[in-house]
Design a protein around this ligand. Structure first.
Ligand code: HEM
Length: 217
C-alpha cells in the first residue's frame, strides 16, 4: 500500500516539471506571428529529432500511465475503506474540496489529455487525421495546427475551461506529494502549500490564456 502513494507522488512531481517546460514552450505562441511560427516549429522539430527528448517523452508517457492507474486504484480503495493508509497519513490535513475530489478532477484532466493528444500528438507524430503541411523552412508546421485549432471557439473554450480543474488538481496534488515524500516540518509545509498555490495559478492561467490570445491574434 505504501508504495502506491509514492508512485503517485513521484510521477506527479515529474508531470509538474513537464508542465513548466510545456508552458514555457507554448508561451512562444504569444510572440508576433512570424517569430512565433519560426520558433515554435523549430522547437517542435528539435523535440521530434532529439534522442534524449525521445527518452524523456517515453518516461513522460509511462508517468502518465502509472499516475492514472495507481491514482485510480487508491481512489477506489479509499472509497471502500476509510482505514486506507493513504487517508491515515493525510488525516491531519484540512480536507479541502479539491482533496476530496481528486479522482473527479483527474478524470477531467485525463479527458483533456486524450483530446489534446488526438489534436496534436497523433497528427504530428503519428500522421493520423488531416495532413500537416510544411513551413517555409521545410519543418512540419505545428504552429499552423495550433493556430487553426485555436481559431475554433469550441476548442478555445475546451482548452481554457478545463484548466480550472487542472489548477485545483495541481494545487492539492503538489502539496500532497510533498507530504507523501516526507516533508513533515510544519513551517516548511506552509511554505510548500504557498508554492503549490502559486504554481497551480501560473499553470492554469498560463495554459488557459494562450488559446484565447491566439484566437484574437
Ligand atoms: C495552450 C495549451 C497547450 C498547447 C498549445 C499545447 C501544445 C502541444 C503540442 C504542439 C504538442 C505536440 C508537441 C510535438 O510533438 O511537436 C503537445 C504535446 C503534449 N501536451 Fe500539450 N499543449 C497545451 C497544454 C497542455 C496541457 C495543459 C497538458 C497537460 C495537462 C499537455 C500535455 C501534453 C502531453 C502529455 C503531450 C505529449 C508530449 C510529447 O510527446 O512530446 N499539454 N502539446
Amino acid at each position: 500500500m505504501f508504495y502506491r502513494k509514492n508512485i503517485i507522488a513521484v510521477t506527479g512531481m515529474f508531470l509538474c516539471v513537464f508542465l513548466i517546460v510545456h508552458l514555457s514552450a507554448n508561451a512562444i505562441l504569444l510572440f508576433p506571428e512570424t517569430t512565433a511560427r519560426t520558433l515554435y516549429n523549430s522547437y517542435s522539430t528539435t523535440l521530434r529529432e532529439s534522442i534524449v527528448i525521445k527518452i524523456v517523452a517515453y518516461l513522460l508517457y509511462l508517468s502518465i500511465i502509472f499516475h492514472v492507474v495507481y491514482a485510480a486504484i487508491v481512489t477506489y480503495k479509499n472509497r471502500r475503506s476509510k482505514k486506507d493508509k493513504y487517508i491515515m497519513n493525510h488525516k491531519h490535513e484540512t480536507s479541502s474540496w479539491a482533496s476530496q475530489n481528486m479522482g473527479l478532477l483527474g478524470v477531467l484532466i485525463l479527458i483533456f489529455i486524450v483530446v489534446h493528444l488526438v489534436n496534436f500528438w497523433a497528427r504530428v507524430k503519428l500522421g493520423i487525421g488531416e495532413k500537416v503541411g510544411l513551413d517555409a523552412y521545410g519543418n512540419i508546421d505545428v504552429y499552423e495546427v495550433t493556430y487553426s485549432l485555436f481559431h475554433n471557439i469550441y476548442y478555445v473554450l475546451f482548452y481554457s475551461v478545463l484548466m480550472i480543474p487542472l489548477g485545483f488538481h495541481l494545487h492539492h496534488g503538489l502539496q500532497s506529494a510533498f507530504k507523501t515524500l516526507g516533508f513533515y516540518h510544519k513551517k516548511g509545509l506552509a511554505v510548500l502549500a504557498k508554492i503549490s498555490l502559486i504554481y497551480a495559478i501560473i499553470m492554469s492561467i498560463g495554459f488557459a490564456i494562450i488559446p484565447v490570445i491566439v484566437y484574437f491574434k
